[in-house]
Design a protein around this ligand. Structure first.
Ligand SMILES: [Zn+2]
Length: 401
């Protein structure tokens, strides 16, 4: 073996194991000794798969110091509208180099905290054009040795009235973006017409759909049934994600449950922040077999002051705000930071099993429940078998040690 990780504990297995790595993948897992060119001694530590971030706004990340936080929202201006205005003002200061620099840094912060795969959002609009997408595609190349990155082209604006915007999304896909984003609530009466061209473009380019579903409390508006129907129409089963999912809590359960069943059948996933309405948005869908991942969403930008891209912290916030205390509940929290996200990203060679990519974490913790409930970060982060971060700091691909 090129590398052997010795004497580690695994989730759901008894005893100590040795893990052999060849060409960046797990080639062997055994209780017997393995011969290797290089050894990483686990000394009884807990070995898990790397974490998967399914939703982070990379282009806006780490801009909080440019925001005047004392500005008051004018009376009568909706929260979302106010935040959008703050963001638009901020975006005028963005350059390609600036986006590359901040996005790379937030990727490194996430990796140092255990993330090995990520889906990032980059906005496409009249102001930025394709600048953010071009920048993030460069970041994708720059970080590839320590992070697998998917880029979503997120159109900000109503392309039903601004057709040039849809042309930009098409161009973004042609440049190499992995999928399309969106926010159907901006046209609450025309969700079908809004989603249709996005699904069509994703199907045409072999990409994914990953849209925000933040609908206001209006029972007429429920995007998920339309997303299920479009996934079937365009053959995008398993390649559709809805972020935030607020509509799941104010719709009546008798309307939600049948839709969740069809979401499970068609592989329409959810990515959720662990704030508010945890039962309806996260736990009920998860219990019904829908893939649900927990996300950072915004990190130090006008939408979220603070945050550091650390998924384990998000797991702890979920456990605390959701009063999740059982072993099974905390284990499920870890799954929503790892295997559930891998499913949403369409990654199949994932996990601690022979054949999986050797994206692995070593924890100096007794149990995965301790990891989540105490927010214990990984001691080592391995990307395709190579140690890229130790004790919360990058040790590969950066000079910021
Ligand atoms: Zn978002």
């Amino acid at each position: 073996m090129e590398r052997v990780i010795t004497n580690v504990r695994l989730l759901d297995e008894e005893g100590l194991w040795n893990v052999g790595i060849q060409s960046g993948s797990i080639a062997a897992m055994t209780r017997q000794p393995l011969m290797g060119q290089d050894y990483l001694h686990g000394n009884g530590r807990l070995l898990t798969p790397g974490l998967v971030e399914t939703h982070l706004h990379l282009d806006k990340a780490l801009t909080q110091n440019r925001v005047s936080w004392e500005q008051e929202r004018p009376k009568g201006t909706a929260y979302r509208r106010f935040q959008e205005e703050l963001t638009a003002a901020l975006k005028r200061s963005f350059t390609e180099d600036d986006i590359i620099c901040r996005a790379t840094k937030v990727c490194q912060m996430a990796v140092a905290a255990g993330t090995t795969m990520m889906r990032g959002q980059g906005e496409v609009d009249a102001l930025l054009g394709l600048d953010a997408i071009r920048a993030l595609l460069k970041v994708k190349e720059r970080v590839r040795d320590y992070l697998d990155l998917q880029i979503i082209a997120f159109p900000l604006g109503n392309f039903l009235e601004e057709p040039g915007l849809l042309d930009l999304v098409r161009e973004a896909l042609a440049l190499g973006a992995d999928g399309v984003g969106g926010v159907p609530e901006i046209v609450p009466e025309e969700v079908d017409a809004y989603l249709d061209p996005l699904f069509r473009l994703a199907a045409e380019f072999g990409g994914v759909v990953d849209v925000h579903v933040d609908q206001p409390q209006d029972e007429r508006l429920f995007s998920f049934p339309i997303m299920v129907e479009k996934a079937r129409t365009y053959g995008l089963e398993g390649r559709v994600t809805g972020a935030h999912a607020n509509s799941l809590w104010f719709q009546p359960p008798e309307r939600v449950v049948p839709v969740l069943e069809t979401m499970r059948e068609t592989g329409v996933h959810l990515s959720c922040l662990p704030y508010g309405h945890i039962k309806e948005r996260i736990q009920v869908p998860k219990a019904m077999g829908v893939h649900v991942s927990l996300i950072n969403d915004n990190v130090q930008d006008p939408w979220q002051r603070g945050g550091c891209g650390d998924l384990i912290q998000i797991g702890m916030i979920y456990a605390r705000t959701g009063a999740v205390r059982s072993d099974a509940g905390l284990r499920e929290a870890f799954d929503m930071l790892s295997v559930e996200g891998a499913a949403a990203l369409g990654v199949t060679d994932y996990g601690t099993k022979p054949g999986a990519r050797a994206d692995l974490l070593l924890f100096n913790a007794d149990t995965i429940q301790d990891v989540i409930s105490q927010a214990i970060g990984p001691e080592a982060v391995l990307k395709r078998g190579r140690v890229v971060a130790q004790d919360g700091r990058m040790c590969f691909g950066t000079s910021s040690r």
